[in-house]
Ligand binder design. Structure first.
Ligand SMILES: [Zn+2]
Length: 81
């Protein structure tokens, strides 16, 4: 009996639905984190928008919190000072 074959949602690599791929349906932990990171940021943004008064929102503080929580990759930040 051959195992189920699927595609990694992040990079489309072939993933076997077996213990060979502990991060299935992702091919690797990296791809799992990329996908989760995207989801978490989106979720956080929605929550933040609902809970925070935009006038009270400190972008730098929010960025720092997201970084501390590991929800965003510092390399992705386009910092200009
Ligand atoms: Zn992948």
């Amino acid at each position: 009996m051959s195992p189920t074959i699927l595609s990694c949602p992040t990079c489309k690599a072939t993933v076997e639905w077996s213990d060979k791929f502990p991060f299935r349906p992702f091919c690797s932990q990296r791809c799992q984190q990329i996908d989760f990171g995207g989801w978490a940021q989106e979720s956080f943004a929605i929550k933040g928008a609902a809970l925070l008064d935009p006038e009270m929102l400190d972008a730098d503080q929010l960025t720092k919190e997201l970084l501390d929580a590991g929800l965003i990759d510092p390399d992705l930040l386009d910092s200009e000072g």
